[in-house]
Design a protein around this ligand. Sequence first.
Ligand code: IPM
Ligand code: MG
Length: 355
Amino acid sequence: MVFKIAKLPGDGIGPEIIDQAVKVLNAIGEKYNQKFEFEFGLVGAIAIDEVGNPYPEETHNLCMNSDAVLFGAIGDSKYDNNPKSKVRPEQGLLEMRKRLQLYANIRPVRTFKTLINKSPLRSELVEGADFIVIRELTGGIYYGELRGRTEDGTKAFDTNVYSRSEIVRVTKLAFEFSAKRRRKLTAIDKANVLATSRLWRETIQEMEKDYPDIEVEHMLVDNAAMQIIQWPKKFDVLITENMFGDILSDEASVITGSMGLIPSASIGIHTSVFEPIHGSYPQAAGKDIANPLATVLSAAMLLESFNLNNEAIKVHEAVNASLKEGIVTEDIDKEKPVSTSKLGDWLAEWIVNKS
Ligand code: IPM
Ligand code: MG
């Protein structure tokens, strides 16, 4: 079978890390006799520079007509340093999520034995931590239409809006994930302050009745931020709104020792998007030093979405082998790092010839 993959490298280190994921997928194709066809699409700052739109119609059509989207990163310091800019690269990502209706973002946080000593936390706290952050992705304060500035420019406002049906569809998915794992769901909100959070809590409390064998814990987001760092092992599946999920997943990622290791899948109504959770790291762009593993592991999630489970396991084995052999980028080993492209070559070679 031929799988059509839209390749959207985006900005900063995006192109370099995507190249490595493509090498790995091609190696998997060779090993397992599958064919992956990649087609490039513009998104982000580079799309603004080239066609004046961070998510061009052509890119949207490409995504809609593909079996999956492999996405790199978005963002450019030229826009970060200019808050007055009318068009921003991040709008491309947000529009893509909205138009593909990717309402759930799955961010698995797993620790790697060989990297336990890289974690900022004591190893006995992190060893064996394994949980999934499920982040609502197309609603909340990221999309509230009522936003802007007062005329005199001295006040600004954003609005956080959620409907019951938006909460139900993503929470249903979280219950389904829980049922396949340790049956423990933590629902995170700020129900002691926010009306939207109270709707989240009320809705999830109603849904709990349909899943009697899943233990549900409701937790306030500030408390959750503390507990994720203090007892990462107690979590299994976390469900939360868009903004809390953005923040907590970055926090959770460092537990593993490097943010460069956390993949994600955004799923919903149309084509799913697979992307690392880290940003575009503009300081490293073009230097061949960025860690491609989060993108490679996102490619493994892409394979799972095609039900190519043995192929996905093989990618994980290749990543584990590279970590074990110390074939790692400088975020993990400052003394003897390999380059981004060398790591990609090593993984592809391992898959084809050594496994
Ligand atoms: C993420 C990123 C994005 C977000 C940015 C780049 C808009 O931080 O995917 O977590 O906030 O969703
Ligand atoms: Mg983020």
